[in-house]
Design a protein around this ligand. Structure first.
Ligand code: ZN
Length: 160
């Protein structure tokens, strides 16, 4: 069965900045990721690269920044009271997850002051060309309920 819209794909991936060392892999926790295709659940360039593949396929996909996490934008620095970071030790360049009104968000610390911290709200991978190593584990038709919700239920997906 080929990967296309409204099918569920379970896959392993390793991602690196193009030409660099791997930064993240689904194999770190052993579980393949499960996504519903055609519902914006993964970056557009990766979804496009997966289309037409089947279970058992292994391939590399180069995804330009614009089709990954977008270009890095200027002016996304925000000054945040230090108390929002709890007791964590903070250093410039460090990535932390902040709970915002839009939900958890990965940010990069730019500067640590006495009572405030400057953070860059760009996604840590914004502006970076990425290379994915992908192994397709399973392809199946989505259930109607999954299509209605726009995400996968069960293994590797939402548990509810
Ligand atoms: Zn659901």
């Amino acid at each position: 069965m080929k990967i296309e819209k409204d099918r569920v794909v379970r896959f392993h991936y390793t991602v690196a900045e193009t030409g660099g060392e791997p930064v993240e892999s689904s194999k770190d926790n052993g579980q393949p990721l499960a996504v519903l295709i055609g519902h914006g659940n993964i970056i557009p360039g990766l979804e496009k690269a997966m289309e037409g593949h089947e279970a058992g396929d292994a391939f590399k996909a180069d995804v330009a920044a614009a089709d990954a996490y977008g270009e890095k934008r200027d002016g996304l620095t925000q000054r945040i009271p230090k108390k929002h970071f709890g007791n964590a030790r903070l250093a410039a360049g460090q990535q932390v997850v902040l709970n915002t009104q839009f939900g958890p968000r990965a940010v990069t610390i730019q500067k640590v002051g006495h009572s405030v911290v400057d953070v860059d709200l760009n996604h840590p991978m914004a502006g970076k060309d990425l290379t994915f190593d992908v192994e397709i584990v399973e392809v199946r038709e989505a259930q109607q309920e999954e299509i209605d919700h726009g995400h996968v239920h069960g293994d590797g997906g939402h548990q509810h």
